[in-house]
Design a protein around this ligand. Structure first.
Ligand SMILES: *Cc1c(COP(=O)(O)O)cnc(C)c1O
Length: 224
């Protein structure tokens, strides 16, 4: 068993009201089940096929978060059950989520991904794209855009990471005042194993933690 139960309990206490998404990508069903039995219900995955396979066999009250880069042609596979899609990075993707959600008579919650890190490889929108997406989303009743998601630079420079989280929180608060936001604007998904404490200090409402709970992943993240 690779799950670190002590760590899990410690993190849960530390988080208080912040939602913990246990990132189980590449990890076996037994590990997910072990945390489930301790009361964990929010799990995050970033490969569509892997998520679909796990959802089919694991308990039905798990809230599955899709946290990876989602391709439009794969939305249909997760639309029947996904709880929250974190990484929406285009209006086109939002339209496709709306279309697939409508087929299942669902409203799917989404977060828009913001490019906060200075690294070139990370996906995300800038402020103009966010405004366009939010304006367009008001015509898509089967999606609910309820906040932002971001990833800080992968660096030991704590000041830099903090600054990126702070910028994201500032943007989150600013957008909350925009008239294009109608309804829920409540979730700020930021913070991973290496930087979740900083993220919480800077106002995160939802952290995505994988390796601290499940151990290091043995194969690389092709999803990012
Ligand atoms: C893998 C992943 C995480 C979790 O990473 P850890 O460093 O293992 O906690 C969080 N967010 C996203 C988008 C991921 O792909």
């Amino acid at each position: 068993m690779a799950v670190n139960i002590e760590k899990y309990n410690g993190i849960r206490k530390e988080l208080g009201r912040v939602t913990l998404v246990a990132v189980s990508k590449t990890k076996p069903n037994e590990d997910i089940q072990a945390l489930y039995e301790l009361g964990q219900r929010d799990f995050g995955e970033n490969y569509v096929q892997e998520l679909v396979d796990k959802q089919a066999v694991l308990p039905k009250d798990i809230r599955w978060h899709f946290i990876g880069h989602l391709q439009s042609n794969k939305v249909k596979y997760i639309a029947p059950f996904v709880h929250l899609i974190h990484g929406v990075d285009s209006f086109k993707l939002l339209q496709e989520i709306h279309k697939q959600a409508a087929k299942h008579d669902r409203i799917i919650d989404c977060l828009l991904q913001v490019h906060i890190a200075q690294e070139e490889t990370k996906f995300g929108m800038d402020e103009n794209e966010l405004e366009e997406a939010l304006a367009g989303a008001s015509g898509l009743p089967h999606v609910r855009v309820c906040g932002l998601m971001g990833m800080a630079s992968f660096t030991d420079d704590q000041a830099k990471v903090r600054n990126e989280f702070r910028l994201l929180k500032t943007l989150f608060d600013k957008i909350g005042e925009w008239p294009v936001v109608n309804g829920e604007w409540t979730q700020l998904s930021m913070g991973m194993s290496g930087d979740y404490a900083l993220a919480i200090e800077e106002g995160s409402t939802m952290v995505r933690i994988g390796s601290l709970l499940f151990g290091a992943r043995t194969y690389p993240d092709k999803g990012i």
